[in-house]
Design a protein around this ligand. Sequence first.
Ligand SMILES: [Zn+2]
Ligand SMILES: [Zn+2]
Length: 178
Amino acid sequence: MEIAQHDWKSMLCGCGASAEHLARDLLQVAGGGVRQEANHVSLEEHVWSPVVLWEPAPAAASVALAALADDVEPASREWFLDLLQYVVAGEGTDGESARRGLDLPETCRSLALQGLWLLYGEVMSNRSLGAVGTAFEILTAVEPDRARLQRVREIAADWLPTCCRTGLCDEDLGVVDR
Ligand SMILES: [Zn+2]
Ligand SMILES: [Zn+2]
Protein backbone atom coordinates (compact mmCIF):
# COMPACT_ATOMS: atom_id res chain seq x y z
CA MET A 1 0.00 0.00 0.00
CA GLU A 2 2.76 2.40 0.93
CA ILE A 3 4.48 1.60 -2.37
CA ALA A 4 1.38 2.59 -4.34
CA GLN A 5 1.20 5.96 -2.57
CA HIS A 6 4.24 7.37 -4.31
CA ASP A 7 4.40 8.74 -7.82
CA TRP A 8 7.49 6.76 -8.82
CA LYS A 9 6.97 7.42 -12.51
CA SER A 10 7.59 11.14 -12.12
CA MET A 11 10.77 10.68 -10.09
CA LEU A 12 14.20 10.47 -11.62
CA CYS A 13 16.08 7.35 -10.59
CA GLY A 14 19.85 7.31 -10.02
CA CYS A 15 20.17 5.08 -13.09
CA GLY A 16 18.80 7.89 -15.25
CA ALA A 17 15.49 6.18 -15.98
CA SER A 18 12.15 6.89 -14.37
CA ALA A 19 11.90 5.48 -10.84
CA GLU A 20 8.94 3.38 -11.91
CA HIS A 21 11.03 0.20 -11.80
CA LEU A 22 11.69 0.81 -8.08
CA ALA A 23 8.04 0.20 -7.26
CA ARG A 24 8.42 -3.25 -8.81
CA ASP A 25 11.72 -3.94 -7.03
CA LEU A 26 10.35 -2.91 -3.64
CA LEU A 27 7.22 -4.93 -4.12
CA GLN A 28 9.30 -7.94 -4.99
CA VAL A 29 11.29 -7.69 -1.76
CA ALA A 30 8.24 -6.85 0.38
CA GLY A 31 6.38 -9.81 -1.09
CA GLY A 32 9.41 -11.91 -0.26
CA GLY A 33 7.95 -15.14 -1.64
CA VAL A 34 11.35 -16.53 -2.50
CA ARG A 35 13.87 -16.37 0.28
CA GLN A 36 16.82 -15.29 -1.83
CA GLU A 37 14.82 -12.58 -3.58
CA ALA A 38 16.03 -9.88 -1.23
CA ASN A 39 19.69 -10.64 -1.84
CA HIS A 40 19.35 -10.17 -5.56
CA VAL A 41 17.80 -6.74 -5.45
CA SER A 42 20.09 -3.82 -4.82
CA LEU A 43 19.07 -0.20 -5.05
CA GLU A 44 22.65 1.04 -5.12
CA GLU A 45 23.07 3.60 -7.92
CA HIS A 46 19.27 3.88 -8.10
CA VAL A 47 18.32 5.24 -4.67
CA TRP A 48 21.63 5.61 -2.87
CA SER A 49 25.38 5.52 -3.41
CA PRO A 50 28.23 6.21 -1.01
CA VAL A 51 28.23 9.80 -2.28
CA VAL A 52 24.70 10.91 -3.09
CA LEU A 53 21.07 10.01 -2.69
CA TRP A 54 18.64 10.35 -5.58
CA GLU A 55 15.13 11.72 -5.72
CA PRO A 56 13.30 8.45 -4.84
CA ALA A 57 15.27 8.06 -1.56
CA PRO A 58 12.61 9.54 0.79
CA ALA A 59 9.87 7.47 -0.85
CA ALA A 60 12.06 4.37 -0.48
CA ALA A 61 12.63 5.25 3.20
CA SER A 62 8.87 5.50 3.77
CA VAL A 63 8.35 2.13 2.14
CA ALA A 64 11.11 0.61 4.30
CA LEU A 65 9.46 1.95 7.48
CA ALA A 66 6.05 0.68 6.42
CA ALA A 67 7.52 -2.75 5.67
CA LEU A 68 9.26 -2.84 9.06
CA ALA A 69 6.03 -1.92 10.81
CA ASP A 70 4.46 -4.83 9.01
CA ASP A 71 5.18 -8.48 9.61
CA VAL A 72 7.56 -9.14 6.72
CA GLU A 73 9.75 -12.22 6.73
CA PRO A 74 13.25 -12.00 8.26
CA ALA A 75 15.21 -11.75 4.99
CA SER A 76 13.00 -8.89 3.76
CA ARG A 77 13.17 -7.25 7.16
CA GLU A 78 16.95 -7.13 7.09
CA TRP A 79 16.89 -5.90 3.49
CA PHE A 80 14.60 -2.98 4.40
CA LEU A 81 16.71 -2.16 7.46
CA ASP A 82 19.81 -2.08 5.26
CA LEU A 83 18.04 0.16 2.77
CA LEU A 84 17.03 2.53 5.56
CA GLN A 85 20.57 2.59 6.87
CA TYR A 86 21.97 3.43 3.44
CA VAL A 87 19.64 6.38 3.01
CA VAL A 88 20.06 7.83 6.52
CA ALA A 89 23.81 7.59 5.97
CA GLY A 90 23.49 9.60 2.77
CA GLU A 91 26.06 12.33 2.39
CA GLY A 92 24.69 14.39 -0.45
CA THR A 93 21.81 15.11 -2.76
CA ASP A 94 21.85 14.54 -6.51
CA GLY A 95 22.34 17.73 -8.53
CA GLU A 96 18.85 17.93 -9.96
CA SER A 97 17.15 17.57 -6.56
CA ALA A 98 19.66 19.93 -4.93
CA ARG A 99 18.75 22.63 -7.48
CA ARG A 100 15.15 22.25 -6.35
CA GLY A 101 16.29 22.94 -2.80
CA LEU A 102 15.95 19.38 -1.53
CA ASP A 103 18.22 17.92 1.11
CA LEU A 104 17.59 14.22 0.64
CA PRO A 105 19.77 12.82 3.46
CA GLU A 106 18.13 15.23 5.90
CA THR A 107 14.64 14.28 4.68
CA CYS A 108 15.45 10.58 5.04
CA ARG A 109 16.80 11.09 8.55
CA SER A 110 13.65 12.88 9.67
CA LEU A 111 11.55 10.09 8.17
CA ALA A 112 13.61 7.50 10.04
CA LEU A 113 13.13 9.50 13.23
CA GLN A 114 9.38 8.99 12.83
CA GLY A 115 10.14 5.28 13.07
CA LEU A 116 12.14 5.72 16.27
CA TRP A 117 10.06 3.32 18.40
CA LEU A 118 9.98 0.79 15.67
CA LEU A 119 13.77 0.86 15.54
CA TYR A 120 14.09 0.60 19.31
CA GLY A 121 11.62 -2.27 19.15
CA GLU A 122 13.85 -4.01 16.63
CA VAL A 123 16.89 -3.57 18.88
CA MET A 124 15.04 -4.88 21.95
CA SER A 125 13.50 -7.81 20.07
CA ASN A 126 16.91 -9.45 19.66
CA ARG A 127 15.52 -11.21 16.58
CA SER A 128 18.77 -11.44 14.67
CA LEU A 129 22.23 -9.99 15.18
CA GLY A 130 22.18 -8.36 11.76
CA ALA A 131 18.83 -6.66 12.27
CA VAL A 132 19.68 -5.55 15.81
CA GLY A 133 22.99 -4.01 14.70
CA THR A 134 21.51 -2.25 11.69
CA ALA A 135 18.57 -0.85 13.67
CA PHE A 136 20.93 0.40 16.38
CA GLU A 137 23.24 2.03 13.85
CA ILE A 138 20.29 3.83 12.24
CA LEU A 139 19.42 5.10 15.72
CA THR A 140 22.95 6.37 16.28
CA ALA A 141 22.53 8.44 13.11
CA VAL A 142 19.10 9.90 13.89
CA GLU A 143 18.39 9.82 17.65
CA PRO A 144 18.62 13.36 19.07
CA ASP A 145 18.31 12.04 22.64
CA ARG A 146 21.80 10.62 23.13
CA ALA A 147 21.14 9.76 26.80
CA ARG A 148 18.26 7.50 25.76
CA LEU A 149 20.44 5.87 23.12
CA GLN A 150 23.09 5.27 25.76
CA ARG A 151 20.56 3.65 28.12
CA VAL A 152 19.40 1.29 25.40
CA ARG A 153 23.03 0.51 24.57
CA GLU A 154 23.45 -0.63 28.18
CA ILE A 155 20.18 -2.55 28.38
CA ALA A 156 20.85 -4.37 25.12
CA ALA A 157 24.57 -4.83 25.77
CA ASP A 158 24.26 -8.62 25.95
CA TRP A 159 23.08 -8.98 22.39
CA LEU A 160 24.31 -5.89 20.53
CA PRO A 161 27.15 -6.44 18.05
CA THR A 162 30.51 -5.35 19.46
CA CYS A 163 30.76 -2.19 17.34
CA CYS A 164 27.41 -0.94 18.69
CA ARG A 165 28.12 -1.96 22.27
CA THR A 166 31.45 -0.17 22.31
CA GLY A 167 30.22 2.82 20.34
CA LEU A 168 32.78 2.22 17.63
CA CYS A 169 30.19 2.62 14.91
CA ASP A 170 28.94 6.04 16.08
CA GLU A 171 32.33 7.61 15.67
CA ASP A 172 31.89 8.33 12.01
CA LEU A 173 28.21 9.07 11.80
CA GLY A 174 26.78 8.69 8.39
CA VAL A 175 29.48 6.45 7.05
CA VAL A 176 28.24 2.96 6.32
CA ASP A 177 30.94 0.59 5.35
CA ARG A 178 30.14 -2.98 6.06
ZN1 LIG B 1 16.92 2.94 -11.48
ZN1 LIG C 1 27.49 -1.18 15.21
